[in-house]
Design a protein around this ligand. Structure first.
Ligand SMILES: [Cu+2]
Length: 136
């Protein structure tokens, strides 16, 4: 029985090696995509320069390769951050196709600095932009 000790140690070592190797094997068997694909957002406001009232924001969403992204969920949130309030109206976003989305009405109910936050989500991809406008 004296020679059992080295065997047990060898067994313990091999079990340790297995447990150390196990996570790597599991990762190999079930790869998890941890890459975060970013969407790039650009937008143009009409009329420009902005005045108090309703505007149309035309938004273009492209993926990291610059390809238009269709079927994205796009939200638009105008905020007057210095005053701590948002818009008096909620912009409705319509998809025009070819990665172009139109938000209306983007309403600035008072003059001053406004920040329009635009976010887009498509599958695992997402992106956001914040655009500052001086409203007169
Ligand atoms: Cu205000």
């Amino acid at each position: 029985m004296l020679d059992a000790t080295p065997r047990r140690m060898a067994l313990a070592l091999s079990l340790l090696a297995l447990s150390l190797a196990a996570p790597a094997c599991a990762d190999d068997a079930t790869p998890v995509d941890t890459t975060t694909a970013e969407l790039a957002i650009s937008a143009t406001l009409d009329p420009m320069p902005p005045t108090t009232g309703q505007h149309t924001l035309t938004i273009t969403v492209v993926d990291e390769d610059g390809a238009p992204v269709e079927g994205a969920t796009v939200t638009v949130d105008p905020q007057m951050t210095m005053h701590g309030h948002g818009s008096s109206e909620t912009a409705v976003v319509a998809e025009d196709g070819a990665g172009v989305y139109t938000a209306f009405p983007v309403t600035f109910q008072m003059p001053g600095m406004w920040k329009v936050s635009v976010s887009a989500t498509a599958g695992a991809m997402s992106g956001s932009a914040a655009i500052d406008y001086q409203v007169n």
